[in-house]
Design a protein around this ligand. Sequence first.
Ligand code: ATP
Ligand code: MG
Length: 575
Amino acid sequence: MEDVAKQTPEGTESDTSRHFLRQWIEEDLAAGKNDGTVVTRFPPEPNGWIHIGHAKAVWVDFGMARLFGGRCHLRMDDTNPSKESEAFVEQLKRDITWLGYRWDAFFYACDRFEEMWAIAEELIRRGQAYVCELSQEEWKAYRGVPTKPGTPSPWRDRPPEESLALFREMRAGAFPEGSRCLRAKIDMASPNIHFRDPVIYRIVDLPHYRTGDAWHCYPMYDFAHPIEDALEGVTHSMCTLEFEVHRPLYDWVVDRLAEQGRLVVRGGKTIRPQQREFARLNLTYTVMSKRLLRQLVEEGRVDGWDDPRMPTVAGMRRRGYTAAAIRDLCERTGISKYKSLTDLALLEWCVRDDLNRIATRRMAVLNPLKLVIDNLPAETTLVAHAQNNPEDPAAGTRDIRAGRELWIERDDFMENPPKKFFRVTPGNEVRLRGLCLFTCTHVVKDAEGRVVEVHGTYDPAATGGNPADGRKIRGTIHWVDASTAQTAEVRLYDRLFALEDPMACPSGNFLDALNPDSMKVVTAYVEPTLAEALPGEHYQFERVGYFTPDVHASRPGAPVFNRTVTLKDSFKIKA
Ligand code: ATP
Ligand code: MG
């Protein structure tokens, strides 16, 4: 992506214009427009699951309404029957609710098909629209390029009665797709290509998920959207930058609605919706288009729309991201007029920041090695008194019992360590977190020479791992008691794509940018209490990362854990 300023946590280029949408609304309120009301809308098309880019728009649309004590509508922009479904509608509602927002009203755009039709017929009667019979290629050629005026369609001046009759036949299914369309009669010489008699209705011979076979022709976005906004009494219609060039057409349609006396009147004031545009959220190592996400799902590259590696809201939830973290990312990336690319690491930073506050601490060993405390008698147990969340005293404490055999991470042991390796190594004393001090005396190896057991002794005088003489212990490692440990499947996720911009993959196919190591499955030993862990809960496996039980794979008493995010990253953020 050239001409894109990369947005890192060190500096968000959006700061200067951060509040331009806010200023716009404040100015309207100060000018007494719209009877002092603020009504916004979030208008997804129910043709897929919403992703983090949509979450940004949700944050803007609902957030602005909330900020000004206004209302936000949730509207299904379902004017294109090809891939829409009620299941997507239901999922959208779930995801928006989970993000923390409540809509003040809910609409289906298709419920206004009759009214849109009536508006279009009125345009025809007023000589502002006509049925055109150019093929799509001809139509594009006639439209021309911005630097030269276009050529009028030979059908431009056909009598309104003729257009009206044809338009009704289009509706009834008399003509094949592409053979005719309804065009607004605006200005074939306009430097704005969208003004050159844009298509406002086209023939589509597909059943619609709600209106069935009732229609054979459907309104175009540029026509339907301002009508939906206007008829709902929306005051501030915010969308992404690619619609900026469409704005004059939006205003043109609103003007026609005013002429037809169809604008909503509130408190004696006519409500005239206005559109403003902000930059999309783009993330590194991610694709964000429902079309591409659908391809990943349909080709089985991922485990459904809510695969924990997907940038969908449901995927992020399943992975263990929190709604608060997603809203925090929206806030930190701000509202801007400039295209930008946000580092995925910033989102992960937001996730860690929130999980650090709320996650329950537990110990789990992902790559186990047996440790034996030789001087602890067989029937004896030690007790670690541990905080459930040091960031939140209200989370309480728990006692963890351990006998002489423990599991530790294989990485926490080295037979021949380099300097500054302060963990388990022959002759070195380490703290087994909250439990005791342990000094490794010898190891047991298998036939291949691989270390299979680490042996040593503990200091009975150092209760809870605190030495009586105050001597310095440099390493602290986590552990799980071997006799009571539970085993659990743990899914270690990494980014779905190996390239920062998957669309820039040299082969030209974004699928070639998929990260072959985006999921690794291991069997871990975990604290016994984790057997009761439930989807929706957040855990920090101490020194390892943040984890959450998978909503589909977990069984009662046998959770399967998804790694939400590792504990640390080299990534730094300024306070
Ligand atoms: P996609 O190509 O992913 O399907 P879309 O824009 O076609 O995206 P819609 O369902 O029409 O999907 O989008 C609903 C709203 O979400 C629109 O207002 C759109 O501008 C906004 N939106 C979509 N992607 C982003 C993004 N990456 N950042 C901010 N807003 C977005
Ligand atoms: Mg769309």
